[in-house]
Design a protein around this ligand. Sequence first.
Ligand SMILES: Cc1cc2nc3c(=O)[nH]c(=O)nc-3n(C[C@H](O)[C@H](O)[C@H](O)COP(=O)(O)OP(=O)(O)OC[C@H]3O[C@@H](n4cnc5c(N)ncnc54)[C@H](O)[C@@H]3O)c2cc1C
Length: 504
Amino acid sequence: MSGTATLERPQQKSPQNSNHFDVLIVGAGISGIGSAYHLKDQCPDKSFVILEMKDTFGGTWETHKYPAVRSDSDLYTFGYRFKPWVGTPVASAQAILTYMKEVIEENDLGRHIRYGHRITRCAWNSKHNLWTIEATRKSDGANVTFTANFLWMCQGYYDHEHPYIPDWPGREKYKGQFIHAQLWDPKTNYAGKRILVIGSGATAATVIPAFCEKAAHVTMLQRSPTYFYCAENKNELADRLRQIGIDEPTIHRVVRAQIMFDQDAMTKRCLEEPDAVFEELKTLIRHFSGKPDFAFEPHFTPKYRPWQQRLAFCPEGDIFRCAAEGKLSVYTDELESFTEKGVRTASGDEIEADMIVATTGFNLLMMGGITFEVDGTPVDWHDTVTYRGMMFTGVPNMVWVMGYFRASWTLRVDMLGDFVCRLLTHMQKKGVRKIEVALRPEDREMKIGPWMEPDNFNPNYLMRAQHLMPKAGDKRDWQHTQDYWRERDELPNIDLNGPEFRYS
Ligand SMILES: Cc1cc2nc3c(=O)[nH]c(=O)nc-3n(C[C@H](O)[C@H](O)[C@H](O)COP(=O)(O)OP(=O)(O)OC[C@H]3O[C@@H](n4cnc5c(N)ncnc54)[C@H](O)[C@@H]3O)c2cc1C
C-alpha cells in the first residue's frame, strides 16, 4: 500500500484550485495557527488547508469584544514556544491578535487559510481512507466539498455564536439594556449608567474595572464567590534579562520555564494546602486593594478549592480597588427573576440597573457543531473513549486540540503539534494510511466514566455538557489529565507502535 507520500501536493501547485489535502485543519484560532506552523515546520511535504468559518483569524480573541478584554494567563506561556512574547505578561485581545498576525505573516500561513467556510459535516470512508468535509461558503452560500487524509480539529470547545444565558424568569419584563458579554458590541455606550454584572468569573473580573471608570455605579451579582489572584502585570525576571541585554528567544525560554515551575508548585500547593494558599491570595488582595481590613466574608470566600476552576487573574488587584473605593457593590445571592427595573434576588432584594451584562459563560460545543460519520454511521461522541484527550475510539485519522485549563491552553498546542507531526511521519514511513486508537486487552476491565471527574475540574459549562463529551477511562492514557507537567514528559515518549494504535 502506498503511504501519504503519493498524494497530490496542492499547496505547492495552486492551493486555491484543489480541494484535496493531506491534512485539513479546522479553525484559525490560536490552536489552528499553531498547528499549521508545526505541520509546515516538521512535515514540509504535507499539503494542508485551514478552514475557518469567520472572516478572520483569532477565534476567542476575535469573538470577545467587551471592554478591556484580555488574557487571564501570562503570554509567555500562552504564546507559542517558537515565537517570543515581548509585551506585558497579561495581554489585551488586540495584542494577542497582533502576535497571531505576525505568526501568520512570518510563516506564510495566510495562503493556506480559507476564511468564511463553515464546516457542517465530516464523513470518513475506510475504503478510500479519506475524510470528506462539507462546508458552507459564506460569500455565496455554496456547499463546498473537500477531502483530506487527516483531520486536525482546532475548533475550540464552545459555541462562538450562542453564549450561555440561563432561562431567567421575567427577562422580557426588563426595560433596560441586556447584553451577554460574548455578544458585546464595542460601540455600546455605558458611561454614566448603573450597570449590573451577573457572574464573577474571569470575564466579570475584566469588565468590572473597565465599567467602573465610566459608569455611575457597578453591581456584581454572583451565585457563589470566585478565587482571584492579584499581581502586578509584569515579570521581573523578563525585565531584568532584557535590561542586561539577553536576546528575546532566550528570555522567552527562561521565563516560560520560570512560570511553569512556579505554576507547578502552586497547583501542588492548592491540592495539598488550599487554606494556606487562600490566605496568601487574601494577603495580595489586602495589599492591592489598599485596605488592610478588606472584608472577605461573605462575597470573596469560595466554596471550592483554589484551582478546581480557573483562578481569575487581576492585574494590580483592579477589581478589589473598585470594591474598596465604593465603585463596586457585590451581592452573593440567587437571581430569582428579572423585573422592569432590574433583577430580584432570592432574598427579596431588587437590584436596579440601566444595563445588565451577563458574564454567565459559554455553551460547550462538541467539535464545532459538525456532524461526524464513520463509514456511514453517525458518531455519537459520548459513545467514544478518549485517548489522552486528543483521539477517540472508533474515529480514525483525527486529533482534537483541547488545551489546558490550569496551565496555558497553548502549551498543549505545541505539544500536540509535535505529536501529530511525529504520527504523520511514522505513518508515512510505515506506508499506512489509517490510524485508529482502540482499548488494549489490559483495558478490558477499565472503569469508564465522564470526560472529567468533577472533583478534579468542575466549571459549569463542562458540568452542563458532560453527557455530550467523550468518555474517559480510569487510566491516564485514556483521559485528558489536564496535567501539563506529566504530559510534557509522556507525550514525546509515546510508543507509536503500542497496542493502542491500530494501523492499516
Ligand atoms: C474570554 C476568554 C478568555 C480566555 N483566556 C484564556 C487565557 O488567558 N489563557 C488560556 O490558556 N485560555 C484562555 N481561554 C480559553 C481559550 O478559549 C483558549 O485559550 C484558546 O484561545 C482557544 O483557542 P482555539 O484555537 O483552540 O479555539 P477558539 O479560540 O475557540 O478558535 C476556534 C476557531 O475555530 C472556528 N470554528 C469553530 N467551528 C468551526 C466550524 N464548524 N467550521 C469552521 N470553523 C470553525 C472558530 O470560528 C474559531 O475561529 C479563554 C477563553 C475565553 C472565552
